[in-house]
Write a new protein. Structure first.
Length: 114
């Protein structure tokens, strides 16, 4: 942990506030500290990748993939394709598993084959 990351934690900033700061100013002077907070929360990490980075954020994928909701939307909106590493988590929720098969893979019978 860097000194800046420690200062951000001690300031008590919430992940949503950190995300909004970086949406407004992606090169904010506290960027690394804000990212440190954001990447601990799957939902905010997904939004940061989609809205600010506008691409994959490998450093946060471990947390993003563990929630069916964020894994599905990250595959659909950020990766824009199959995300094999997250499929074991996505299939735990029927609605997101169906959405993933239909909207990401393009095959409603995907889970029957895999």
């Amino acid at each position: 942990m860097t000194y800046e990351e420690l200062l951000i934690i001690l300031s008590g900033i919430e992940p949503e506030e950190a995300l909004n700061e970086l949406r407004e100013n992606p090169n904010h002077k506290h960027k690394s500290g804000y990212e440190f907070i954001i990447k601990k929360y799957g939902y905010f990490a997904y939004l940061y990748a989609k809205d600010v980075i506008k691409g994959r954020w490998p450093e946060a994928e471990e947390i993003i993939k563990t929630y069916p909701f964020t894994a599905y939307y990250y595959a659909r909106d950020v990766i824009k394709g199959r995300w094999k590493e997250a499929e074991e988590y996505i299939k735990k929720d029927l609605s997101y598993a169906y959405g993933y098969a239909r909207n990401v893979i393009g095959d409603e019978n995907f889970w029957d084959k895999n």
